[in-house]
Design a protein around this ligand. Structure first.
Ligand code: SF4
Ligand code: SF4
Length: 183
């Protein structure tokens, strides 16, 4: 750094080196990982592609994009994954925008991450979060109907969400004036 300031922790520490508080703060609060996922089987019975759905976990609070019982989540939802550095590097379904995945891949956080913006709402404003995109609660959808809820957006970056700064506001189209002509 030329200004003599130390880089923020996520740029200089490995996942294993972070304090518990730093680790927790790396979560951007998008809630994408709290959507139900479906794993296909290959013809040989092996693991196939994993699909996201718009079905929320039974403890997912869509309005806040937080877990309704974070402390007891694994007792209440046994297949809820408690992320560790090893899990972050091996899970096949973490969304490309996930703060843990970005740091594990040696990439920087984007402008809307609360650690960068200082504002927990920017993850929603950037269109990254699951707010407003949950179609059903897992308790209300029979397993055989889950496939009808498959969605692609959690695997993508929303437009304008990449990079260290928010996109510049669109320029207003130039006003044109017309005057009648006769030839
Ligand atoms: S996908 Fe990653 S950043 Fe988003 S809520 Fe889950 S753990 Fe946090
Ligand atoms: S138990 Fe909580 S943290 Fe785990 S998937 Fe469900 S809502 Fe998310």
């Amino acid at each position: 750094m030329t200004d003599g300031q130390e880089p923020p922790f996520w740029r200089r520490k490995r996942l294993e080196e972070m304090t518990a508080q730093e680790w927790e703060s790396l979560c951007d609060g998008c809630g994408r990982c709290c959507l139900v996922k479906l794993e296909e089987e290959t013809d040989e019975g092996g693991p196939g592609p994993i699909h996201y759905t718009s079905i929320g976990c039974r403890l997912f609070d869509e309005a806040t994009c937080h877990c309704a019982d974070y402390e007891n989540r694994q007792a209440r939802v046994p297949d809820c994954v408690r992320l560790t550095p090893a899990e972050v590097r091996s899970l096949r379904w973490l969304p490309p925008t996930c703060g843990y995945r970005l740091v594990a891949e040696g990439r920087d956080l984007a402008w809307w991450h609360p650690l960068v913006s200082g504002d927990p709402e920017t993850v929603h404003r950037a269109g990254v979060s699951a707010r407003g995109r949950v179609a059903a609660n897992e308790d209300d959808v029979p397993d055989e109907q889950s496939v009808d809820f498959i969605v692609e957006w959690p695997r993508r970056w929303p437009r304008g969400a990449k990079g260290p700064r928010p996109p510049a506001p669109m320029d207003k189209p130039a006003r044109r004036s017309y005057s009648p002509t006769r030839k």
